[in-house]
Design a protein around this ligand. Structure first.
Ligand code: TRP
Length: 462
């Protein structure tokens, strides 16, 4: 066993603190905003099935790899990849994996914060009572009015970035644990209550069938890539966020159990949210392919019909904002620790610098939903491209590099040390996944979606 490093920034106060932090990172807009509309746009059941397979087969092994690399390096992801790369392979070039992750985090948070800003805005829309008894027309026009107005969305984006920078500047360990411990159960309870509501007055069975009855004729190569991208996004893997958190994990804690707990919680919340949303979507005849607006145009309809709906609406969007907030913190963490350790910034200085850059970038997304909404290149807006590039290209490529490093370039001793030494079978499963299953799966999905696989097949079998 090599000497075990201690973290440059202290440790999580307990095992549960680490699980809560990773779960806080994983559970966010990806579960409640993105998963339902992606499932809606891609035909439901078959997409959901592929997504679930990607979470377990690809996402889980990458999450374990990120934690083990992070804990072994005990530094920011760039320095960790450089250090372990040098130790295991004699080259520092692996730092580029860390740098790619930092850049990916900037890009993702730049649009993430804008969407989170919509959630903040909806706390006030919901509180104003505008949804009471409202029909689809009103609800649609409230949403369209919000996103087409770059000043309002720009302000809420700024507010969201400010509260994110604030926590990161204080140091993540401080408030994160307590916030997640209270708010995550609250979010789950509220979603369960809404699901029961959907069972009683909504079209729960229609929603259920839509999500779980696969129609494989709707499954294109592109949809498979989108499902893979969604798996990366929802689990926060592929860019070093989990690696950065792993740097604070005490040596004796189990990577396997932590990862499985987080994956289960994250997937459960996504499915729950989708069941709620589709019960309502089918009840009110909302178009399930309506894209990024789906949560914002379906849930308010139900809130408007229920007694105490104003309270429920405000609670829901407050909890959604918090969930987005704990995710946003993790998107900044790799860059911030990099600025602190490598560029010798203070924590406050690093948080402010990174925050301002991301905040500025965010206005491109603000404009993309507003004045530039009709500005398209190859049928996609700026936001569509940013979303596609990050979730479907950069995260899979980053995850590929991470898992190949852990599976092929790290010595067996090193990885076995980190993953439960007693867990023989699980270790072998992880290693086989890291060496073969995950890299091949990512490679094939990417090739297939670009149409290259088809060309190769046509070339080999004319
Ligand atoms: N997983 C978060 C969500 O579902 C978003 C997120 C946080 C993320 N950190 C990340 C996505 C790192 C990719 C990489 O909302």
């Amino acid at each position: 066993m090599t000497e075990q490093r201690t973290s440059l920034h202290g440790h999580w106060s307990s095992k549960i603190a680490f699980i809560l932090a990773v779960a806080g990172s994983a559970v966010g807009l990806g579960n409640i905003w993105r998963f339902p509309y992606m499932a809606g746009e891609n035909g439901g059941g078959a997409f959901v099935l592929v997504y679930l397979a990607c979470v377990v087969v690809v996402g889980l092994p990458i999450m374990m790899s990120e934690i083990l690399i992070g804990r072994r390096g005990r530094r920011n992801p760039v320095a960790t990849m450089r250090l372990l790369g040098a130790e295991e392979t004699g080259t520092t070039a692996w730092r580029w994996v860390g740098i790619l992750g930092v850049v990916t985090g900037f890009l993702i948070l730049s649009f993430y914060s804008v969407i989170a800003g919509w959630a903040v805005a909806y706390i006030f829309e919901g509180g104003s009572g505008i949804f009471i008894g409202a029909g689809p027309e009103t609800v649609n026009s409230v949403f369209a009015g919000l996103i087409s107005d770059p000043v309002t969305t720009g302000i809420w984006h700024s507010v969201f970035m400010a509260i994110t920078v604030f926590v990161v500047a204080l140091g993540v360990e401080a408030g994160l644990e307590r916030a997640v411990r209270v708010l995550m159960p609250a979010l789950i309870l509220l979603l369960i209550a809404l699901m029961v509501y959907g069972m009683v007055v909504g079209e729960f069975m229609d929603g259920f069938k839509f999500l779980f009855k696969p129609d494989f004729s709707k499954l294109t190569g592109e949809a498979v890539l989108l499902a893979l991208g969604q798996a990366f996004f929802t689990l926060s893997v592929g860019m070093g966020a989990i690696m950065a958190y792993g740097a604070y994990l005490p040596n004796e804690e189990s990577i396997v159990r932590t990862s499985i707990a987080v994956v289960l919680a994250d997937t459960g919340i996504a499915i729950l949210a989708a069941l709620v949303i589709f019960s309502i979507t089918f009840q009110f005849g909302v178009d399930e392919t309506s894209g990024p607006g789906l949560v914002f145009v379906s849930l308010p309809l139900a809130f408007g019909q229920m007694t105490g709906g104003v309270f429920v609406a405000v609670s829901f969007f407050v909890l959604l904002t918090f969930a987005a907030w704990t995710s946003a913190i993790s998107l900044m963490e790799p860059a911030v620790t990099y600025f602190i350790e490598q560029l010798k910034f203070s924590r406050v200085g690093a948080a402010l610098t990174v925050g301002v850059i991301i905040w500025g970038l965010g206005f491109l997304t603000v404009m993309s939903f507003g004045p530039w909404a009709d500005l398209m290149w190859r049928g996609r807006t700026f936001f569509d491209w940013l979303d596609f590039l990050t979730n479907n290209i950069l995260l899979p490529v980053g995850g590929f590099a991470i898992v190949v490093f852990a599976g092929w370039f790290m010595a067996k001793n090193s990885t076995a040390d980190e993953i439960d030494p007693e867990a023989g079978l699980i270790y072998r499963l992880w290693r086989t996944s890291a060496r073969y299953v995950v890299p091949i799966a990512i490679f094939v999905v990417l090739l297939n979606a670009t149409g290259l696989l088809e060309s190769i097949r046509a070339y080999l079998m004319p």
